[in-house]
Design a protein. Structure first.
Length: 192
């Protein structure tokens, strides 16, 4: 899979939460600047990977090729509701098999959540784009990664060998930024 770049994307609250206590992304974590950044980034990838409860909900979503993690299949299957989606059970098939089934051999893969899915790829991310909404508080929410909130999202990324590089302001009025966390060994410039 050396011809593939694995990227991650999430927006979190001050506490590192990506959803509220019910597991739903609240409107308080939705900002036009971040949504524009996220949508533009996904328009540039060749494949999206997410859990069955995650979805990017963008205008081009139906056009995007994707892998959806689920326990509803034994290994790999075509999604009967979406011909552009591959259903994948990691207990029955490898990621490489799922990617091959999706017909992707090179390019960019975007991992967009949830926490368990992010955890599966922590040691494989080339770049992880961590958007942070510093003024949003979700103290009882769902942590973005396994280990959050005992550790901060930044600490989790650091513990997996990623280092913060560039930070962009996405919404100055609401203190929303995105930071590229990169794997130094990858030797690549940041990619959105």
């Amino acid at each position: 899979m050396s011809d593939l770049t694995i990227l991650g994307y999430v927006i979190v609250s001050r506490e590192g939460m990506l959803a509220d206590a019910a597991g739903i992304m609240p409107d308080s974590l939705k900002f036009p600047g971040d949504q524009h950044f996220f949508n533009a980034a996904l328009d540039e990838v060749d494949l999206i990977v997410h859990g069955r409860n995650s979805f990017e909900d963008q205008p081009n979503s139906p056009k995007r090729k994707r892998i959806v993690l689920t326990r509803q299949v034994d290994g790999i299957a075509i999604d009967p509701e979406n011909s552009r989606a591959t259903l994948w059970n990691p207990l029955g098939a490898t990621f490489e098999q799922a990617v091959a089934h999706a017909g992707v051999t090179s390019g960019k893969i975007a991992i967009i959540g949830g926490p368990i899915v992010f955890g599966m790829f922590m040691d494989r991310f080339d770049t992880f784009w961590l958007s942070e909404a510093a003024r949003v508080h979700l103290p009882d929410g769902q942590g973005c990664f396994p280990g959050v909130p005992a550790q901060s999202a930044r600490e989790v990324l650091t513990s997996h060998g990623l280092k913060a590089s560039e930070t962009r302001v996405l919404d100055a009025a609401n203190d929303v930024t995105v930071t590229a966390w990169q794997r130094p060994a990858a030797g690549r410039m940041s990619e959105a």
